[in-house]
Design a protein around this ligand. Structure first.
Ligand SMILES: Cc1cc2nc3c(=O)[nH]c(=O)nc-3n(C[C@H](O)[C@H](O)[C@H](O)COP(=O)(O)O)c2cc1C
Length: 544
């Protein structure tokens, strides 16, 4: 009886929700949604079918410039893109690449506006809310609570990838002797790079034991017509799959999707837990399943709408010297031995476009991808460390060098506990310097950060240095991938932490006086005066 009752309620709720979603989708389609937030909350991200659709949107929004002048894939595209990144400029579509028929697009994600357009939101923080919703789904306990979230559960079916039979990415097929990477407009990015590098590849592997898929972005140096390096650093999931395959004495099938839709490209860079398929995140973010097609020569599936697919294997125990490569640290990473990817087949769309990114001294395109990760993963960190208020990974710290973290400090040594916990969380283990602040400090404001970081710290007492794994790209550590990390506790110090005096009060005005001055502020003529004199003040500031 109770079972039938439950079942009836479930069915009714599911039907209501299906209707709700249909209604929202219809409204959104006909442009009747009041604002972007409404649409995003129901449909999550904008589901671009492919890169072509995203590029068309960027063009319509004045975020993409077509370059008609003929340019070379060797250094010239890189120099133009680097300059445009530093000017916070548009995505670039190079129509005529010397010696190639395929056009090149760079800097697709290189501004906050473009990452928002890629994800169909007004602000990146909206994605955070969406992700929190998703986390709630997984945490709900109890029957009636579960009933309430059925509408959301219904949406989760949209996250799982779907296999289709025929795919645009297989319109053109090069097998055997026809495989030739030099026919693709692959870039040489920096003068002392070891060769041509594929810089935006989504590398797909499956765990040889569990079959769970992983997609990671790992650069690939072209070694020959049908061979590349596979630069998965030892901490990354692709490398783990390879190590397992080696132990089993097997070659590891690998497929590389160049230019799937923006959600998949971003997801390949996201630091997800090891056993989570990035396509779930992509499906979740775009609110629609990612369509996959089976590869022609390896037992893997690839996003059907990708521009180009490279299929092949990485043989066990084979390594070749890779690099140097002008990296996102702003330095050349030195040569090192990495596995070799042997290509069995290249497939592509008839209207294929070759997407690439240039990394180098910040700000570059990857800064914005990194900021998406910072915002998107903050709620996840907060679920584990509720005392964390905010995190800022400044560009200049190239994401693994520096983190500013504000916390709600409750006990002595709390800052060191938070830093230790962060070093235990996935790729946060790479963070070389973590600076911890009290909750009142706005860690997004570098002026505040520097003020408290220098003022609140007694180096002997407030610095903790630990040893451990560091980013494989870190050039300062004595050994590759192993070194030390530092936490600077910039919170107010307590007696229990060895501070024997009274912590001084900050010199701030009373609210009463502030309100009084607010009222007469305009009359004082200060703003008018500053408007006239602004250039003089700016100049004197710059000279400093
Ligand atoms: C443009 C770009 C290039 C990258 N290149 C590499 C690389 O060559 N090797 C690497 O291990 N990680 C590289 N990364 C970082 C990884 O993509 C990132 O750590 C990702 O989370 C790895 O996925 P995984 O956890 O599934 O291994 C790159 C990231 C970006 C945005």
């Amino acid at each position: 009886m109770l079972f039938t009752f439950n079942l009836t309620i479930l069915t009714i709720l599911t039907i209501i929700n299906k209707y709700k979603i249909f209604w929202f989708e219809r409204k959104a389609k006909h442009g009747k949604m009041s604002n972007v937030e409404d649409v995003a909350k129901v449909l999550f991200m904008k589901a671009y079918k492919n890169l072509q659709e995203f590029i068309a949107t960027l063009e319509k929004e004045g975020e993409l410039l077509r370059i008609k002048e003929e340019v070379s894939a060797e250094l010239e595209i890189s120099e133009i893109t680097d300059r445009v990144c530093k000017l916070n400029g548009p995505a670039l579509f190079f129509e005529r690449v010397k010696g190639h028929k395929i056009p090149v697009v760079t800097n697709l994600f290189g501004s906050f506006r473009r990452v928002c357009l890629a994800f169909g939101v007004k602000k990146i923080d909206e994605l955070t809310e969406i992700l929190l919703d998703f986390i709630e789904i997984r945490q709900v306990e109890g029957f009636f609570e579960k009933l309430k979230i059925i509408p959301k559960l219904w949406q989760t079916k949209n996250f799982f990838p779907k296999i289709i039979k025929k795919a645009p990415c297989q319109e053109i097929v090069w097998r055997g002797d026809k495989v030739n990477l030099f026919k693709l407009p692959i870039l040489k990015c920096w003068p002392e790079d070891g060769g041509l590098f594929i810089t935006l590849p989504c590398v797909i592997t499956k765990d040889p034991e569990t079959g769970i898929r992983n997609i990671g972005m790992y650069r690939m140096q072209v070694f020959s017509e049908n061979e590349t390096g596979m630069h998965w650093q030892i901490h990354k999931v692709g490398a783990k799959h390879y190590q397992k395959a080696e132990k089993l004495g097997q070659k590891l099938p690998v497929a590389v999707a160049i230019g799937p839709d923006p959600a998949v490209i971003y997801s390949a860079t996201a630091p997800l837990p090891e056993d989570m398929d990035e396509l779930l995140l992509a499906g979740f973010l775009r609110g629609k399943p990612v369509e996959l097609v089976k590869c022609l020569t390896v037992p893997l599936e690839v996003p059907a709408e990708s521009q180009i697919i490279l299929e092949g294997y990485v043989e066990p125990y084979e390594r070749r010297l890779e690099g140097p490569f002008g990296d996102h640290t702003g330095y050349y990473t030195p040569q090192d031995y990495y596995p070799v990817f042997k290509i069995t087949c290249i497939t592509m769309r008839k209207d294929t476009i070759y997407p690439a990114t240039i990394v180098g001294k910040p700000p570059m395109e990857d800064c914005y991808l990194g900021k998406v990760t910072e915002r998107l993963f903050l709620p996840l960190i907060k679920k584990i460390l509720p005392e964390v208020i905010d995190i800022n990974l400044p560009w200049e710290g190239v994401f693994h060098n520096l983190a500013f973290v504000s916390i709600d400090k409750r006990y002595p040594g709390h800052a060191f506990k938070v830093a230790s916990a962060l070093w235990g969380l996935g790729q946060m283990m790479f963070t070389k310097i973590i600076v911890i602040f009290d909750k009142e400090v706005n860690v997004q404001n570098l002026s505040e950060v520097l003020f408290y970081m220098s003022g609140n710290v007694d180096p002997e007492r407030d610095i903790m240095i630990v040893k451990g794994p560091v980013d494989a790209l870190d050039h300062a550590s004595s050994y590759p991938a192993f070194g030390s990390k530092m936490c600077i506790d910039a919170t107010k110090k307590w007696k229990e932490e060895g501070y024997q005096r009274e912590w001084p009060k900050e010199a701030i005005m009373t609210p009463e006086i502030k309100t009084k001055i607010d009222k007469i502020w305009k009359k004082l003529g200060i703003e008018e005066f500053l408007k006239k004199e602004v250039r003089i003040y700016e100049n004197s500031h710059n000279e400093r």
